[in-house]
Ligand binder design. Structure first.
Ligand SMILES: C[S@@+](CC[C@H](N)C(=O)[O-])C[C@H]1O[C@@H](n2cnc3c(N)ncnc32)[C@H](O)[C@@H]1O
Length: 210
């Protein structure tokens, strides 16, 4: 990142708000805004947060689920611990089977919500970034198939493009409703969008689709 980029970032509204309100990242506001609009995370929910580091979304999820819920954060990078006892960290690549098994073991039951703000290593080349994003979204749906409760909901970051249309059609068959949205705190220049899929129909529909 250039010095100019860093200076602009530090002057930015949501960056400053995150510092003031002690959120770990400006990304926290995306989840706050998405949850305000779509009411996905509720008290007592069991949440799996994929691509969770440094922990801004997990922090917001912990506020929503309260003491009776649980948040599991998964990332290649370390996530600094939270004070809350109902947060668990899994360090690993969520597209690998071994990590999926660890998620299932730690959960001990099905999750109510799966979040993914995971970003691939961006190259700036639209087609490559898009294909890497598709791999991550497919990984999230694979995890949903084995760990999400029927009726459960997901929020997934996507970088739309040609392949996405096809994947979206498949995801639509797995959930009752699917929408794409861009929260106000998502940078205008960023191609990212968020997929809100509600009412999971169950893992048995997955194998023939993805
Ligand atoms: C934009 S950051 C997430 C920010 C986070 N939501 C927050 O609020 O702090 C994207 C994260 O996705 C993670 N990531 C990307 N691919 C991954 C994978 N295959 N498995 C686990 N984590 C991954 C990256 O390591 C990075 O920390």
């Amino acid at each position: 990142m250039t010095k100019k980029w860093n200076a602009e970032r530090k002057n930015e509204h949501y960056y400053q708000m995150a510092k003031k309100q002690r959120y770990r990242s400006r990304a926290s506001y995306k989840l706050l805004q998405l949850n305000k609009k779509f009411k996905i995370i509720r008290k007592g929910s069991y949440v799996v947060d994929l691509g969770a580091a440094p922990g801004g979304w997990s922090q917001v999820a912990l506020e929503f689920v309260g003491e009776k819920g649980m948040v599991i954060g998964v990332d290649l990078q370390r996530i600094k611990p939270f004070e809350e006892g109902n947060f668990l960290e899994i360090r690993g690549d969520f597209t690998e089977d071994e990590t999926i098994k660890r998620i299932e073991n730690v959960l001990g039951k099905k999750a109510d919500i799966i979040l993914s703000d995971a970003s691939p290593q961006l190259t700036g080349i639209k087609d490559i970034d898009h294909l890497r994003s598709i791999d991550l979204v497919t990984g999230v749906i694979k995890i949903a198939a084995s760990t999400l409760n029927p009726g459960g909901n997901v929020i997934i970051k996507v970088f739309p493009g040609e392949e996405f249309k096809d994947l979206l059609q498949k995801i639509k068959k797995l959930f009752k409703t699917v929408k794409t949205t861009k929260p106000p705190s998502s940078r205008k220049g960023s191609k990212e969008m968020y997929l809100i899929a509600r009412g999971f129909k169950g893992g048995k529909y997955f194998k023939s689709l993805i």
